[in-house]
Design a protein around this ligand. Structure first.
Ligand SMILES: Nc1ncnc2c1ncn2[C@@H]1O[C@H](COP(=O)(O)OP(=O)(O)OP(=O)(O)O)[C@@H](O)[C@H]1O
Ligand SMILES: CC(C)(CO)[C@@H](O)C(=O)[O-]
Ligand code: BAL
Length: 279
C-alpha cells in the first residue's frame, strides 16, 4: 500500500502508474470501522486502484468542540486499510489542503434547508468544497459514499452534476453493529452507559418504518418517535423526518418502494448521532 500526505507526491505517483486503471475513491475522516471497510471492499470490486482519503475537514465542522473531539487513529487506520486491500492512502494535513481558508462558498439550495443542512449551518459548504478538491486531486472514476450520510450523498450527487465531474457516485448500504446501531466514528466517544442506550436510535427508525408500512401517515410516525424519546433519558432528539430519499424534502405520504427515507438525529451526552432507513 502506498501512503502520501502531499498532493504533489500523490500526483507524481498517478503520473507514473495511472495509465488505464479504473480508479475508485473512498473519502473518509479516518477512525475507520467496518462501515468504511465495506466502502473499500465495494471500491475494490468496481475499480483496479483504490484510493482512500483520510482527512478531518475543519471546514465542514460547525461545532468546534465536535472537531476537537473527533477521533484520530491514523496508525490503526493504515493497518486496517492495508488488510482490506486498499492500494493508496492520501492523508494530507490541514495546511496541505487549505493553504488559506477557502473563499469559495457552495450552496445546495433546498437540499440544505432541511435536517443536516438546517442543524449544521455551513456543513455542506465544507463537504462540497473538500469533495470537489478530492475529486480534482485524485480524479477518480467512481467515488463510494455510505447511505448513513444520506443527505451527503444527495449533496455530492448534485455537486457532480453542477460541476460536471466525470465521477460515478456509488451509494453503499449502512453497516450496523449487532444491536442495530449504525457504525460511526463518533460512537467511540460514547461512554459505556451511552453505548448501551444508543441502539434506541435505530429502534426508533424501525418503529417509524413499521408504522408507515402499516399505513400510518408520516406525521403520525414522527409523533410516535417524538413520544418514544420523551420517555428515554439521555437522548435529546434533534429531528425525525420522513423524506424523499433523493431530494431529502419532507413528504406527507409514503412514496414508491425505495424512495422514502426516515431520517433521525439525536444527541446522546456529548455525541451527536444520525441514522436513516430507506424503504
Ligand atoms: N455504518 C456505515 N456504513 C456504511 N458507510 C458508512 C458508515 N459510517 C460511515 N460511512 C461512510 O463512510 C464515509 C466516511 O464517513 P466518516 O469518515 O465521516 O465516518 P463516520 O463513521 O460517518 O463518522 P462520523 O459520522 O462520526 O463522522 C462516508 O461516506 C460515510 O457515509
Ligand atoms: C465525505 C467526507 C469524507 C468529506 O470530508 C465526510 O463528510 C465523511 O466522512 O462523510
Ligand atoms: N459523516 C459525515 C461527516 C460529518 O459528520 O462531518
Amino acid at each position: 500500500m502506498h501512503y502520501f500526505d502531499t498532493i504533489a507526491a500523490l500526483r507524481s505517483f498517478f503520473h507514473t502508474s495511472r495509465t488505464t486503471h479504473q480508479l475508485g475513491l473512498v473519502p473518509t475522516m479516518g477512525a475507520l470501522h467496518d462501515g468504511h471497510l465495506t466502502l473499500v471492499e465495494a471500491a475494490r470490486h468496481q475499480s483496479d486502484l483504490v484510493v482512500t482519503s483520510i482527512f478531518v475537514n475543519p471546514v465542514q465542522f460547525n461545532n468546534p468542540d465536535d472537531l476537537a473531539r473527533y477521533p484520530r487513529t491514523l496508525e490503526a487506520d493504515l493497518e486496517a486499510l492495508e488488510a482490506a486491500g486498499c492500494d493508496v492512502v492520501f492523508a494530507p494535513s490541514v495546511d496541505e489542503m487549505y493553504a488559506e481558508p477557502p473563499l469559495l462558498r457552495l450552496h445546495f439550495g433546498e437540499l440544505e434547508t432541511v435536517m443536516e443542512g438546517a442543524f449544521r449551518p455551513g456543513h455542506f459548504n465544507g463537504v462540497g468544497i473538500v469533495v470537489a478538491k478530492l475529486f480534482n486531486i485524485v480524479q477518480p472514476d467512481r467515488a463510494f459514499f455510505g447511505q448513513k450520510d444520506l443527505q451527503q450523498v444527495a449533496v455530492v450527487r448534485r455537486l457532480i452534476r453542477d460541476l460536471s465531474f466525470p465521477v460515478e457516485l456509488i451509494r453503499c448500504p449502512t453497516i450496523r453493529e449487532a444491536d442495530g446501531l449504525a457504525m460511526s466514528s463518533r460512537n467511540r466517544n460514547l461512554t459505556p452507559e451511552e453505548r448501551e442506550l444508543a441502539p434506541a436510535l435505530y429502534q426508533a427508525l424501525t418503529l417509524a418504518h413499521d408504522l408507515l408500512a402499516e399505513g400510518q401517515s408520516p406525521a403520525q410516525a414522527k409523533a410516535a418517535v417524538t413520544g418514544y424519546f420523551a420517555t428515554r433519558p439521555g437522548f435529546q432528539l434533534e429531528y425525525i423526518e420522513v423524506a424523499n430519499a433523493d431530494t431529502l424534502q419532507p413528504v406527507a405520504e409514503v412514496l414508491a418502494p425505495g424512495q422514502t427515507a426516515v431520517c433521525i438525529a439525536a444527541h446522546l451526552g456529548n455525541v451527536r448521532l444520525i441514522d436513516n432507513v430507506v424503504f
